[in-house]
Design a protein around this ligand. Structure first.
Ligand SMILES: [Zn+2]
Length: 142
């Protein structure tokens, strides 16, 4: 998944174990390396070396509302990056679909609700555990 660059601006919505280190974490910059809990949480990897971190932990689950997204890492030219992430289903059964930029219909034909992330769209990742197989297949067609 191409990294979304962001800064932790708050921890009001994040899990308790993340909030417990809030005084240290707020203001840190890093990269989103994975989407958790069906899109509500981001696994956020801090830029700083692990040696300096509380308990040596470099990756923290952070709620999207607590992140200020300011960029995506460039240099990725994978064709799937042109698709946004859309979800169907709920809870642990949610499936990740590829949604073209100007529609709410996924490549496999399902109606999606977009992930509201500070007005930002999360790119579809064909390698995600819960990626829709049909969307992956269609996204990779030449
Ligand atoms: Zn799909």
């Amino acid at each position: 998944m191409p990294g979304v660059r962001a800064k932790i601006v708050d921890l009001l919505h994040s899990p308790a174990r993340t909030r417990a280190s809030g005084a240290w974490l707020i203001g840190q910059r890093g990269t989103v390396v994975m989407v958790l809990r069906n899109g509500t949480l981001a696994l956020f990897e801090l830029d700083d070396a692990a040696d300096d971190l509380p308990g040596g932990v470099r990756r923290w689950p952070v709620h999207w509302d607590d992140l200020l997204v300011y960029a995506t890492e460039s240099g990725s030219d994978h064709p799937c990056d042109v698709y946004r992430l859309g979800l169907s289903g709920t809870g642990r059964n949610a499936v990740q679909h590829a949604v073209p930029l100007d529609t709410k219909i996924s490549l496999c034909g399902e109606s999606m609700y977009p992930l509201p992330v500070c007005g930002w769209s999360i790119p579809f990742s064909p390698t995600a555990d819960r990626a829709c197989l049909e969307c992956v297949h269609r996204a990779e067609l030449p």
